[in-house]
Write a protein that binds this ligand. Structure first.
Ligand SMILES: Cc1cc2nc3c(=O)[nH]c(=O)nc-3n(C[C@H](O)[C@H](O)[C@H](O)COP(=O)(O)O)c2cc1C
Length: 329
């Protein structure tokens, strides 16, 4: 997710078993082959021996563009740098992206979508899987099936379907039953996406779409234990307890510690506000803290506000009293 799921978020969200794979933010492809630094910036995991998070979950590289030759050249570049899978974004609803003919704008013409997927499929020549993500259409759903079939014909190995049109933005509801229609028509795996916030949503999306696999977006930020919650339920038929504020605060504080090593403090504060904003829709305590901290721009007071009343606050007070312990942690 652009501006949200970077290398640190991926690392934190995959710390506990739940996700099978993750995707980078999109690399915007216009007409040129981009230099390696762009790929390393979006996917620092490329620098490792394997393109995985610290907990071993594969990271797929996402490209967004419409020009088949440029997409092909950049897919080749990504593979030469070690990418293990190329994911093509045909879902982005952003006006600037669509005005420049990227993201969901290709849903207006399934032939163009097919040419884009096919060019990438041929360019990587079977070295890595090519996957695609679509919405149900641009303004209406008339071409939903044609777009999905076009992606399959062109060589996509799986397809994520965000169950809304571009014009529907992120407004509920997600039309999970439409994903079912697509799944019936395709041979490749179809993955259901959109509005999965809870275990119950997961179950409804799975039932209505018939898809065994789902992709989580905002729900995983709102509740970082959503994927482990689903996985645990699948394995045991039991529910994990609700995610307490202390666990959320712990994740946010760890995230800040990771980000502050490379980013200015005020940027880290905005990133924290962004994540807290996702959490507040699902957690009253997150909503209270968001309200209390929304004007704060200094990182340390912000972190103190997050940690107040949690075990993390107690441990940071202890480390103030014992400076050597702070150095050791
Ligand atoms: C801030 C934000 C950034 C996003 N960035 C991307 C992106 O880079 N690529 C993509 O395929 N989808 C992106 N999406 C869409 C999500 O992946 C997902 O399809 C959508 O939010 C619906 O799922 P959800 O209801 O579980 O969030 C983004 C969504 C949001 C809210």
């Amino acid at each position: 997710m652009e501006g949200v799921i970077d290398v640190h978020t991926r690392a934190l969200l995959t710390e506990h078993p739940g996700f099978d794979w993750t995707v980078t933010e999109f690399v915007r492809v216009v007409d040129a082959r981009l230099p390696p630094r762009v790929f390393y910036k979006h996917c620092p995991e490329l620098a490792g021996d394997r393109v995985i998070t610290p907990h071993g979950i594969p990271v797929h590289l996402q490209l967004l563009g419409s020009d088949p030759a440029a997409l092909a050249a950049n897919a080749r570049q990504a593979v030469s740098l070690g990418a293990v899978s190329i994911d093509l974004n045909f879902g982005c609803p952003a006006k600037t992206v669509n005005r420049h003919d990227g993201g969901a704008s290709l849903l207006r013409d399934p032939h163009r979508l097919e040419r884009a997927v096919s060019a990438v499929h041929q360019a990587v020549d079977g070295a890595v899987p090519v996957t695609a993500k679509i919405r149900l259409g641009f303004s209406d759903r008339l071409k939903a099936l044609d777009c999905a079939l076009a992606a399959e014909r062109a060589g996509a190995t799986s397809l994520v379907v965000h169950a809304r049109t571009r014009d529907e933005g992120y407004r509920p509801p997600a039309h999970w039953e439409w994903i079912g229609r697509i799944r019936h028509a395709l041979r490749i795996p179809v993955i259901a996406n959109g509005d999965i916030w809870t275990l119950e949503d997961y179950w409804k999306a799975r039932t209505l779409s018939g898809c065994p696999d789902v992709m989580l977006g905002r729900g995983a930020l709102a509740d970082p234990y959503l994927a482990p919650r689903i996985r645990h339920w699948q394995a045991t038929n039991e529910r994990l307890p609700v995610t307490e504020w202390a666990a959320r605060a712990e994740i946010l504080c760890t995230y800040a510690a990771l980000q502050r090593s490379t980013l200015p403090e005020r940027v880290v504060v905005s990133l924290l506000k962004q994540w807290l904003n996702h959490m507040r829709s699902r957690d009253p305590e997150a909503a209270r803290r968001f309200q209390a901290l929304r004007r704060e721009t200094r990182l340390d007071p912000f972190l103190a506000g997050l940690a107040a009343g949690t075990p993390r606050e107690a441990s940071s007070l202890a480390s103030v009293r014992q400076p050597t312990a702070a150095l050791a942690t």
